[in-house]
Design a protein around this ligand. Structure first.
Ligand SMILES: Cc1cc2nc3c(=O)[nH]c(=O)nc-3n(C[C@H](O)[C@H](O)[C@H](O)COP(=O)(O)O)c2cc1C
Length: 183
């Protein structure tokens, strides 16, 4: 059970595998990526970059991203929108390695996901994709890392499934003492 003390957007978020056959308004999609844009990042580098395609807007671009997915993620082909999150692993200021690039890109995806939730949309991220194919997508410059694919759309389920993904025991997340009373 998720703690009821969570914000409703976090309380209700889950990664669906079944999407309604309903296009996502381009303006809503744009808002989601603006949420990603305003994530914090080390030295304000903003290392995240995205490839994104909506099936009803550009079916060929959608098919190119779909072709990067492993067969186990075939459920994502039902989603109206697919994308890939990339990161620049070097700082643009001095070309030195940015070891927070992936961390920051994950934060941008988290913001995108919560913004999506606020718009009634569902984001499902996927590690199951071919990085070489993702890096060969049109417009992707040299030197980037392809970190995660994602599907976006309206979930078929009206609410969080009863038997959603469980979590590790809360107490096991911490090393050492914690500043609250353990129950
Ligand atoms: C980086 C990352 C990679 C993931 N890869 C896959 C994947 O390839 N296929 C899949 O079905 N789900 C994938 N997931 C979804 C997770 O399985 C899911 O987030 C986790 O079970 C927790 O469930 P919840 O998001 O519904 O809370 C991935 C999630 C993340 C963040």
């Amino acid at each position: 059970m998720r703690p009821t003390s969570l914000h409703p957007l976090l309380q209700e978020r889950f990664s669906t595998r079944s999407y309604q056959d309903k296009a996502v308004e381009p303006a809503l999609l744009k808002t989601m990526f603006e949420a990603a844009q305003w994530a914090p990042s080390c030295f304000n580098e903003q290392p995240w970059r995205f490839a994104v395609a909506a099936k009803h807007v550009d079916p060929e671009a959608f098919a190119r991203i779909a072709a990067t997915l492993v067969s186990g993620n075939a459920w994502a082909l039902e989603a109206p929108v697919l994308g890939i999150a990339f990161a620049n692993p070097r700082f643009s200021r001095n070309a030195k390695p940015n070891r927070w690039g992936a961390y920051d890109t994950g934060q941008a995806m988290a913001q995108l996901t919560v913004q999506a939730q606020s718009l009634g949309l569902n984001v499902h991220q996927m590690g199951g994709f071919d990085e070489t194919k993702a890096l060969a997508l049109p417009g992707v410059p040299e030197g980037h890392e392809a970190l995660a694919a994602f599907a976006i759309g309206y979930a078929m389920e009206a609410a969080l499934p009863e038997n959603g993904s469980p979590r590790r025991e809360f107490g096991s997340l911490f090393f050492g003492e914690v500043p609250w009373r353990q129950s």
